[in-house]
Structure formats: C-alpha cells, structure tokens
Design a protein around this ligand. Structure first.
Ligand code: ATP
Length: 213
C-alpha cells in the first residue's frame, strides 16, 4: 500500500442513492485504505435525464451519509456547466491533490465494460487508477479495445499515483436504482434497498413517488 492515503471517487447519477452504492464505496474505502468521495453527476452523457434534480439527489446523499465521515460528497460536477465527463473530474481532482497522491476512479463492473465508450477514456489512466467493483448479474467482458489497453496494467494494490486497473472484491448486492424507480412507479415502497434516513423526510423521495401517480 502506498504511504499516502489514496483518494477514491465513485461517480454516478445516484437516482436515487442505494445500499449497493454505499456498501461498494464503504468496502472500497476499507480495501484501499482510501478516502472515498461520492461524486453526483449533473448531466450524465449517454443517459436520459435523472428523475430527481441535482439538489434532490444531493439531499438524498446527505441523508444517506449522515452519521459517518468515511464517505463524503464532492459536488464539483454540479458546479460545472455542460456534461459531466469523468476525465475532466479526474483532471480537476488531480490539480487539487498534486501529482503524487494515488487517485482511484471506482466503477461497477457494468460501467467498466463500457469504459471504451467514455470521452477520452485512455486519458483517465493518466490521472487515476481504475478500481473495478464486482456487481451481481454482470457478465459483460471487456471489449477487445479495452482488454488490449488494460493488459499489463492490472495491479493487486494501489501502486503509484495512476495508471493501473485494480479489481476490488466487494459483497455482491443486487440493488440498482432502475429497480428502485420501477418499484416507486408501481406504487410500492422499496424500503431497505436504500437507507431508512432517505424515508424520514417525506419530501426527499417525492420525485420518485410521483412516478407512480
Ligand atoms: P441505474 O439503475 O439508474 O443505471 P445504478 O444503480 O447502476 O443506476 P449509478 O448511479 O448509475 O447507479 O451507478 C454509479 C456507479 O455505482 C456505477 O459505477 C455503478 O456500476 C456502481 N454501482 C451501482 N450499483 C452497484 C452495486 N449494486 N454494486 C456495485 N456497484 C454498483
């Protein structure tokens, strides 16, 4: 393990945040001995607009993270105009932390399989390592372009500031925001898939409940 505590980020729409995200981020923090920040996306490229607006998704994140300080929120993508490209986020984080501190972009296995379609994807590795989190039901393998690029970049641990791919074994939790939105749309209450604190304030989940009306 590097002597400097790595910084890891988990980006996503978090529409809404759920225990799959939270447990993945928590276990990555433990495995990498890292500070982990959740980075909500404002305008995710290649995706339909989120159900909840940015302020609503951040309010849910705050409720979900209350009571601990290992996981924090970084809202820099919300403060920036235009689409949220990970390469820009990593460049901005790298500028903040300097050239030495290890930086890790955490992605679920589903997101990793699609990495070669991301804007300037090869440059991600000049700024950060990529930490791949297993996700139940994900059977995609890396397409040849990505497989070729990462061959020889695999690492068991954080070594150096950037440039490798690290598999991070986490407790598999088959929870997805899509299924949670579908549950709300069907008029049911998807309790225990996301923190109970998210249900405490009636207004927090109102955009999702409205899907069912
Ligand atoms: P949706 O169903 O709307 O696509 P999601 O549940 O996949 O949402 P995102 O906000 O898109 O959530 O995910 C952010 C990141 O967290 C992605 O890298 C994704 O792969 C990862 N992730 C989400 N859920 C899990 C999970 N249950 N286990 C591991 N990684 C996850």
């Amino acid at each position: 393990m590097s002597s400097v505590r790595p910084l890891a980020i988990l980006g996503g729409t978090f529409d809404p945040i759920h225990h799959g995200h939270l447990r993945a981020a928590w276990e990555a923090a433990e495995a990498l001995e890292a500070e982990v920040r959740l980075v909500p996306a404002r305008t995710p490229p290649h995706r339909p607009a989120p159900v909840a607006d940015a302020a609503g998704r951040v309010a849910l994140l705050r409720a979900a993270l209350a009571g601990q300080d290992r996981l924090t929120i970084d809202t820099r993508e919300l403060d920036r105009d235009g689409p949220s490209y990970s390469v820009d986020t990593l460049a901005s984080l790298r500028a903040d932390i300097g050239p030495e501190r290890p930086l890790v972009l955490l992605v679920g296995a589903d997101a990793f399989a699609g990495l070669a379609s991301w804007h300037l994807w090869r440059e991600l590795f000049t700024f950060a390592h990529v930490g791949v989190l297993n996700r139940p039901g994900v059977t995609h393998t890396a397409p040849p372009e990505l497989a070729d690029f990462i061959a020889g970049r695999r690492s068991e641990r954080v070594h150096g500031a950037a440039g490798t791919v690290i598999d991070i074994a986490i407790t598999p939790l088959d929870i997805a925001a899509t299924a949670i939105r579908e549950a709300f749309a069907a008029g049911s209450e998807p309790r225990f898939l996301l923190p109970s604190a998210c249900f405490d304030d009636e207004s927090l989940l109102a955009p999702y409940r409205a899907l069912g009306r």
